[in-house]
Design a protein around this ligand. Structure first.
Ligand code: NAP
Ligand code: GDD
Length: 324
């Protein structure tokens, strides 16, 4: 009988962590989730699988906590998804973002190196690293030009992952994931903000939706599809870096059109531009080239953009109706 594989996920309470935990459980893994201490419980995204996973406390800001956690849980794979992940917040909290999203990766990598350097490691890198893009579409070889403290922190996290691979011969891979969304997306990110806003307006709870730059373009996919690519990377004999994207880009304006249109509303009557949501430096256009992921991992996105938008609007409508 093959022994059960054990995986540790940091950021298990987040959007991706919850989908990855579900996916790994379905593959027969024992799943351990690292959670940070909090005065209130925030397990909404994982409460449906809570009896199937083990939750242990640790924090990206505290290396000893991660060393102890690894010693106790002895995973064969670590997925480092935890981060201060909201770009806008990174201008207000640049040092904290660096401590978590950049140095946090070194702490986790070092904990792995100390406890068991044979553990396979996945780092949640980001298309934000491409920022003011120097090539369209963006691929693994495209130079980085980050545009926010978050993007800068992710570039550090990416390179330290590459460096531990080259310095210590560790199996560390970096997934350069483009934006991926779902009904579990945090409410501050633009897609969920829009779908939640649409549902609230449709149900008569709000009259307008205040947004920033409607012309920004993103390569949006479904989070449930993207976590599979993370796992596929760690099943390869050799660690490597991969762009994970759909290869198509859409504007925030078009997202609004589709989301409002899905419930029979015209977005231009409800969306109000608000300077507060403009960024000091914007990432205007992201579109990834997932050729390598398809060729080497056999990964491809399964959920079309229109389906993603309607899935999110329907989920927000259902959620709000339950609360009414
Ligand atoms: P998310 O929903 O914001 O989740 C972030 C997770 O990190 C939460 O579980 C959070 O815990 C945890 N966390 C934050 N600071 C921590 C700390 N100091 N110690 C331990 N845990 C901490 O993010 P996501 O959308 O799932 O994204 C997952 C990862 O992929 C992130 O690293 C993100 O930067 C990266 N990424 C995301 C996308 C995307 O489009 N979603 C694209 C590229 C890369 P709490 O619940 O306690 O706050
Ligand atoms: N959040 C937000 N709120 N964004 C807005 C708004 C608004 O009211 N109005 C316009 N936007 C624009 C932003 O200026 C940005 O260009 C775009 O919508 C997407 O913003 P977010 O949804 O906040 O995501 P992001 O692209 O900045 O970052 C996400 O994707 C990255 C991968 O490229 C996050 O998930 C990051 O963690 C991830 O690395």
């Amino acid at each position: 009988m093959t022994p059960t594989k054990r995986a540790l996920i940091t950021g298990i309470t987040g959007q991706d962590g919850s989908y990855l935990a579900e996916f790994l459980l379905a593959q027969g893994y024992e799943v351990i989730g690292m959670i940070r201490r909090s005065s209130t419980v925030n397990f909404e995204r994982i409460q449906h699988i809570q009896d199937k996973i083990t939750l242990t406390t640790g924090d990206l800001l505290d290396e000893v906590s991660m060393i102890n956690l690894l010693r106790e849980s002895r995973p064969s794979e670590v997925y480092n998804l935890a981060a201060q992940s909201f770009v806008q917040t990174s201008w207000g909290q640049p040092v904290f973002t660096g401590e978590t999203t950049a140095l946090g990766v070194t702490r986790m990598l070092d904990a792995v190196r100390i406890v068991d350097p044979d553990i396979r490691f996945y780092q949640a890198s980001s298309s934000e690293m491409f920022g003011k893009v120097v090539e369209v579409p963006q691929r693994e070889t495209t130079p980085f030009y980050p545009r926010s403290p978050y993007g800068v922190a992710k570039v550090y996290g990416h390179w330290i992952t590459v460096n531990y691979r080259e310095s210590y011969d560790m199996h560390t891979s970096s997934g350069i994931l483009f934006n991926h969304e779902s009904p579990r997306r945090g409410l501050e990110f633009v897609t969920r903000k829009i779908t939640n806003g649409v549902a609230r307006i449709k149900l008569g709870l709000d009259r307008e939706l205040r947004l920033g730059n409607l012309e920004a373009q993103r390569d949006w996919g479904f989070a449930g599809d993207y976590v599979k690519a993370m796992w596929m990377m760690l099943q390869q004999d050799r660690p490597d870096d991969y762009v994970v994207a759909t290869g198509k880009t859409q504007s925030v304006r078009h997202f609004c059109e589709l989301a409002f249109g899905h419930v029979g509303l015209d977005y231009s009557k409800y969306v109000v531009l608000d300077e507060r949501f403009m960024r000091p430096a914007e990432v205007d256009l992201l579109v990834g080239d997932p050729t390598k992921a398809r060729a080497m991992l056999g990964w491809y996105p399964e959920t079309p953009f229109e389906q993603l938008v309607t899935m999110m609007v329907d989920a927000d409508l259902a959620l709000l109706k339950k609360q009414l």
